[in-house]
Design a protein around this ligand. Structure first.
Ligand code: ADP
Ligand code: MG
Ligand code: MG
Length: 938
């Protein structure tokens, strides 16, 4: 075996740190930072880390082999921990207990498993009771151990233990675990042991070494549990070897009222504010008690505690008596912790998320990591750290996740609407933003309803890792239990999702699907609104407004602009969208689709008139071999047609001309508005693209209405619709193929563009011919375009500055881009169609199987969302290279949906495109992604 002597175990704490922060990939984030903190001289209980390579081997060679490979190293490491603590694993008189903790290179909070108090059995229990004289504490540890080990390692369903515990509590008529004494806990333990026996058929394992390896096995195994896999998928965590396992000496936050456990953030993870040390703790508690929402957690600082009390309507007297801050309860420990907070921030130069435990008045650090935060907090913290001199501008730009900016660009409640809304209650402002949606009570329903296109608010008593799928699709999350560090709160913040947590007045009944808040009952499907920034919960849907783009957000965007090379344009079809995008920093329009313009009001009537006769006109042209409409009229008149046919032919030509005449001023007005909104920024206008049948009514009622408007028989409309039917419209008569058949439409559109440009000073139109596959298509369209430009220029006696180019969206165009570049002054990669045709996936039908394709890793991502760089990217690269060969300096951009997707933006930066174009709300994301691409030298 090649790896026999491979180092798979690394020590930390107890004066021997074999790892450091740079070794995340090998030791996992938790293990690397435990070693790092210990090196900094912080109080870290000693332990050791089994590496991610060991996990990788676990999956490759199997558990027997890997355990044989590590056993000697584990034995030696255990000796180190024993001598550092003066305790012995599994032995009297001073037994060492261990925690067995997962920890991958990327943080996956709560996704994998942890076992605490490992090493307990009847003998060690007795020894610990004898040594500590604190029977309650030992029994509490023991029942926790049986429960965690039973759940995580033995697969005994969680509720078996919950029932037993609740039964004992109920019998004693108490509410809290802390109200149980040693004897009560002994009863709980006996029930637990019985439950294990019953479900597994075997007694609970008593041998500590056996317990240890079983726990390590479970942690390695948890790397591939469904929720961990789902978490990695949602967070795009790829390419890791596995999880490390950290085995660490236990310290006890549950050993009495001079002990506690807590979690803290060095800055506010919701807003990024650096006002006070932000965190929660519980006295006489262990592990996940704080985040599990079992008791109401208390605040770390006095200031935080007072603010919390105010928001919860808790009086100062009650607060002091029942929920004192750590600062008040244990001032010395607080001071030490606050010092560590500063030390760690300076060391990691970022906001930290800490886990600590106080064992009989002594502070221990159990974890630190870069804290998850909302986008608002990310920009605030990044800009603050620059001001504080801890990081430079470039680092600040790299610190903010572009996709997360989405949260900041999305609406908040209209103030008046919120004031007028029916406020049901206030919970904790766990993750900011505003959300409105229909109530659902399960993650499953949330997922189903969202597929149906409904906006949902997921209402849960508390959430657990199994709910993440539903949380991901919900607009907002409401929980009735749990604090600011509860699962719901942490996960929602990571997702940038609005969340109100711990709204105790919101009583949820999953069975009857009802939500009762202070006497008001809402049912599944009713509308609910949440303000994640204040914690307010409202009945009904509340109107929202666009957010503010100044402050730290503005600072980060400015820095992004300073460091990016790629320009960012927007896809916009209306003056309003153009104006919004310019506000978001768009440097022009990269795609102005003109078809939407044909739908509004009376235009659709004019356009349908045109469609009604277009084919007749084309046939006449073909018959007489003339293309000019005037010449066609003359040809008809001299052809000796029967009178009736002549009349109907002339009527068709007249109607065609009339429709074009009506459309021209309407289109001109559209472009005038857009050019005005752009104030001299360039605007790429795409000529008519969709197949004509999309403009016609498909249903009988609509066809009847159209027939009446056009003065024809409904049967004629029906026949027209039938004649335009295509088997595969996306590959049918559309794009420049329409301009080839109906050149007058191209001419009308170009005239409208040019006349608008003439009217708005400084306009920079760029006319884009869609769906070109062969250079001649472009050449022929270009002739019409140039002739029209010349006509407008002559009539107005001006010189217009109009570029003519094409979309590269047919694979053939990419492969013959050198020929096409002879005619095109610019290329814009239309990656939606390029993906559709390049991968051979119909965008309208691929949903059926693409999910499976991504799940099975056939494609890394949905290629319609994240550009398939290998295939479609290769087509683009070919297009770029050939295009530049033929026309050095040719202007290049991308205008597919991908233009605002950070990975694709980085790819486009690498290709050396001039700009990306994306929807208005994604413009800031693209600006930041472009800067990050430039800074990371991709
Ligand atoms: P997660 O990755 O889910 O945060 P951890 O490995 O950090 O899981 O363990 C969860 C909690 O268990 C910790 O926050 C801490 O409270 C408790 N814990 C872990 N190790 C120890 C230990 N050595 N002593 C006391 N408590 C521990
Ligand atoms: Mg942790
Ligand atoms: Mg297209």
């Amino acid at each position: 075996m090649a790896g026999k002597s491979k180092k798979l175990v690394y020590l930390f704490g107890g004066g021997n740190n074999e790892g450091d922060a740079s070794m995340r990939a090998l030791l996992g984030g938790k293990g690397a930072n435990l070693a790092d903190m210990a090196s900094l001289g912080l109080p870290v209980p000693p332990g050791f880390t089994l590496t991610t390579e060991a996990c990788d081997l676990y999956y490759k060679v199997g558990r027997e082999q890997i355990f044989a490979m590590v056993s000697k190293q584990v034995d030696d490491a255990l000796k180190h921990v024993e001598s550092a603590t003066g305790k012995t694993f599994g032995k009297d008189p001073n037994p060492l207990l261990l925690s067995v903790r997962s920890g991958a290179a990327a943080s996956m909070p709560g996704m994998m498993d942890t076992v605490l108090n490992l090493g307990l059995n009847p003998d060690t229990v007795q020894a610990m009771v004898a040594r500590t004289g604190n029977e309650r504490f030992v029994m509490d540890s023991y029942r926790r151990f049986i429960q965690m080990f039973g759940d995580v390692v033995l697969g005994v369903p969680h509720h078996n233990f919950e029932h037993a515990l609740e039964a004992v509590k109920a019998a004693k008529k108490v509410k809290l675990d802390t109200d149980l004494d040693a004897d009560d806990l002994k009863v709980v333990i006996s029930h637990y042991l019985a439950a294990v026996k019953k479900t597994t058929g075997k007694a609970f394992p008593e041998n500590p070494m056996e317990q240890l390896y079983a726990a390590v096995n479970a942690v390695f195994g948890s790397w591939n549990n469904p929720r961990a896999i789902k978490y990695r998928q949602l967070n795009d965590i790829r390419g890791l070897l596995g999880t490390a396992v950290n085995v660490q000496a236990m310290v006890f936050g549950n050993s009495g009222t001079n002990s506690a456990t807590g979690v803290a953030f060095t800055r506010d993870p919701s807003t990024g504010a650096n006002r006070y040390f932000y965190g929660e703790y519980l006295i006489n508690a262990q592990g996940e008690d704080v985040v599990a929402g079992i008791r109401t957690p208390q605040q770390i600082t006095l200031k935080g505690s007072r603010e919390w009390a105010k928001s919860q309507g808790v009086s100062e007297t009650e607060r002091k008596a029942m929920y004192p801050s750590l600062q008040e309860a244990m001032p010395k420990v607080f001071a030490e912790l606050d010092g560590i907070r500063q030390k760690l921030e300076t060391h990691y130069r970022d906001m930290q998320d800490l886990e600590f435990t106080i064992d009989d008045g002594r502070l221990y650090m159990l974890q630190t990591r870069n804290g998850k935060r909302t986008a608002a907090a990310a920009v605030q913290i990044a800009t603050d750290l620059v001001k504080e001199g801890l990081i430079d501008e470039k680092t600040a730009v790299l610190r903010v996740d572009p996709s997360a900016l989405d949260q900041l660009l999305h609406p908040v409640f209209v103030k008046k609407a919120e004031e007028a809304a029916e406020r049901l209650t206030v919970g904790l402002p766990a993750s900011p933003g505003a959300a409105t949606g229909q109530i659902v009570f399960s993650a499953e329903t949330a997922e189903i309803w969202s597929v149906l296109g409904r906006k949902v608010i997921l209402c849960r008593t508390e959430t657990s890792p199994e709910d993440i799928g539903g949380m991901a699709v919900a607009k907002g999350i409401l929980t009735s239990r749990g604090g600011m560090t509860s699962h719901a709160a942490v996960v929602a913040r990571g997702m940038g999702k609005c969340c109100v947590a711990g709204a105790g007045d919101a009583i949820m009944d999953y069975k009857t699907k009802r939500l009762c808040v202070k006497g008001k009952t809402l049912k599944e499907g009713d509308w609910l609104s949440l303000n994640g920034s204040t914690g307010a919960v409202y009945a009904g849907s509340v109107e929202t407004v666009d957010p503010q783009l100044t402050g730290p957000f503005g600072v980060i965007m400015k820095l992004a602009d300073k460091y990016r090379r790629l320009k960012v344009r927007t896809n916009a079809d209306t003056p309003h969208d153009a104006a919004v995008a310019v506000k978001f920093g768009a440097e022009g329009i990269g795609l102005c689709r003109t078809e939407h313009m044909f739908f509004e009001g009376s235009r659709i009537v004019a356009f349908r008139r045109l469609i009604l006769v277009a084919e007749t006109v084309k046939k006449l042209k073909d018959r007489f071999g003339v293309s000019d409409l005037k010449a066609l009229e003359a040809a008809c008149k001299t052809a000796g047609m029967p009178a009736k046919e002549l009349e109907s032919s002339l009527r068709a030509i007249a109607q065609y001309k009339q429709a074009l005449k009506e459309l021209l001023p309407l289109q001109r007005k559209d472009f005038t508005g857009i050019f005005k909104a752009l104030k001299g920024l360039p605007c790429t206008v795409r000529l008519l693209d969709p197949p004509l049948h999309e403009f016609l009514p498909q249903d009988a009622a609509g066809q009847l209405e159209m027939a009446n408007q056009m003065g024809v028989k409904p049967a004629d409309v029906k026949a027209l619709v039938a004649s335009l039917h295509e088997f595969n419209p996306m590959l049918g008569h559309r794009g420049c193929r329409l301009g080839m058949s109906y050149p007058e439409v191209t001419a009308m559109q170009v005239r409208a563009i040019c006349e608008a440009a003439a009217a708005v000073k400084g306009s920079k139109p760029e006319i884009m011919v869609p769906l070109v596959g062969a250079v001649k298509e472009l050449a022929m369209q270009k002739t019409i375009i140039q002739a029209t430009i010349a006509e407008v220029e002559a009539a107005r006696k001006i010189k217009l500055n109009v570029l003519i180019g094409t979309m590269i969206e047919v694979p053939r165009a990419a492969m013959t881009a050198d020929e096409i570049a002879e005619e095109a002054e610019f290329f814009s990669f239309g990656t939606n169609d390029l993906t559709q045709m390049g991968c051979g996936f119909s965008r309208d039908d691929a949903a059926k199987f693409l999910g499976d394709y991504v799940r099975d890793g056939i494609y890394d991502y949905d290629p319609f969302q994240v550009l398939d760089q290998k295939g479609i990217g290769r087509l683009m690269e070919t297009g770029v290279n050939l295009g530049r060969q033929a026309r050095p300096g040719i202007k290049l951009g991308i205008c597919g949906e991908h233009g605002g997707e950070p990975k694709t933006v980085a790819f486009c930066h690498g290709l050396g495109l001039d700009y990306v174009s994306c929807s208005p709300y994604r413009v800031p994301i693209a600006r930041l992604a472009a800067a990050q691409a430039a800074l990371s030298g991709k």
